[in-house]
Design a protein around this ligand. Structure first.
Ligand SMILES: Cc1ncc(COP(=O)(O)O)c(C=O)c1O
Length: 377
């Protein structure tokens, strides 16, 4: 099966290890197991010695009960049997397309967004339609355009809320309008919600699964909970027929997720409030640092992110984004992601949820590079 190269992942694979100032990373500053146990106030040694006596079977096929119950607490209307666990959100998104999309099905996906949302359905032979998010609309979708694209053969509408790379957040009324459009053509809505809860304002943003019976929420332990190393994510839906299809397809590619990973995730989600507080403090303090920097720089602009861990910074220097980012990496040590990875030229994605010192130093390095461009060096 042919599929386009995954631009953002290829970029990260090439440059991430060895980056001097990694301000491309999208996870909230990752934690070690020691830090996790300390944050949660749990006894590490008691957990490990209890776990070490367990036989390493396939575990709970559809997901460990404590983990699935913890996931349900992140939603208003979900029961454990409406959730399955996956290998990260990457595995979850892939699994939804694998289980749902037939050649010729219309799939509407927003862009810019995480490339899985458009390149996988395209590779399955779907009739892919792109719903462009535009800077002048604050990177939110134009719902009249969506309405025009949503024909009766639409199987799936794919959105990413909060959005990677822009940090835009669709408010609940907009999500409800999208649901109405989807309902009018009986389509599913897949919402990649890996950055949900990372809002700049207090309060939870809505999940698609709490708003629509054919809504599919994908999320994971990687970004919000700072535990990408667990490689655990999930799919949540109220739709029983879809759940049966997801489970049947899952026998072919997952069987189950790792027992150890799910046990750790269960502990983390039992203390979700503590981890959420840590993550929200980081994204809010760091977004303020970036806002001050953008204000001081005269050749860049942004739509201030409302949620998530990333911002799309547009620049007016006369350089294509791959060349811009590669030169900046080599000449200043600042590692960011080219906008062309998201088909968004003359821009770069900044990941601002790292530790504050790396962020400050990384932004200074970007500024040094900007000065060198302005001086024609
Ligand atoms: C929007 C989005 N979805 C999914 C993923 C994959 O995340 P995971 O680590 O859970 O597989 C990412 C990672 O960058 C992402 O940004």
């Amino acid at each position: 099966m042919k599929i386009k190269a995954f631009a953002v992942e290829e970029w990260m694979n090439e440059y991430e290890v060895g980056a001097k100032y990694n301000i491309a990373e999208t996870c909230v500053d990752s934690v070690s197991l020691d830090e996790l146990f300390a944050l949660c106030g749990e006894d590490r040694d008691a957990f490990l010695s209890a776990f070490c006596s367990r036989r390493l079977t396939y575990g709970d096929i559809e997901g460990a009960p404590a983990f699935r119950e913890g996931i349900c607490r992140l939603y208003h209307s979900l029961r454990p049997e409406e959730v399955i666990t996956t290998h990260g959100a990457a595995g979850a998104n892939h699994h939804v397309f694998y289980s749902l999309v037939e050649p010729g099905d219309r799939v509407i996906s927003v862009m810019p967004a995480y490339q899985q949302l458009y390149s996988i359905p395209e590779s399955y032979g779907a009739d892919l339609q792109i719903l462009r998010l535009r800077e002048e609309n604050g990177w939110l979708p134009d719902l009249q355009e969506l309405q025009a694209l949503a024909t009766p053969d639409t199987r799936l509408i794919c959105i990413n809320n909060p959005n990677n790379p822009t940090g835009a957040l669709m408010p609940a009324p907009m999500l409800r309008e999208i649901v109405e459009i989807a309902r009018s053509v009986n389509a599913y809505v897949l919402c990649d919600e890996v950055y949900r809860h990372l809002t700049q304002e207090d309060g939870w943003s809505e999940s698609i699964v709490d708003l629509y019976d054919k809504g599919i929420s994908v999320s994971s332990m990687s970004k919000v909970f700072s535990l990408a190393g667990l490689r655990l994510g999930w799919i949540a839906t109220h739709d029983k027929a879809l759940m049966r299809s997801l489970l049947s397809h899952r026998d072919y590619n997952h069987i189950s997720c790792g027992m150890f990973d799910e046990a750790i995730a269960g502990i983390a989600l039992a203390h979700a409030d503590r981890l959420l507080k840590r993550s929200q403090d980081i994204v809010r303090e760091n977004a303020a640092i970036v806002a001050g920097w953008v204000e001081r720089e005269s050749h860049i602009r942004w739509s201030c992110p409302q949620a998530g861990t990333t911002a799309l910074i547009c620049y007016d220097y006369d350089l294509p984004s791959y060349e811009f980012c590669t030169r900046m990496y080599h000449e200043s040590g600042a590692f960011v992601t080219p906008g062309d990875c998201f088909e968004q030229p003359k821009s770069f994605r900044l990941g601002y949820a790292c530790d504050a010192q790396t962020l400050r130093e990384g932004l200074c390095a970007c500024s040094r590079f900007f000065r060198s461009l302005e001086e024609g060096r």
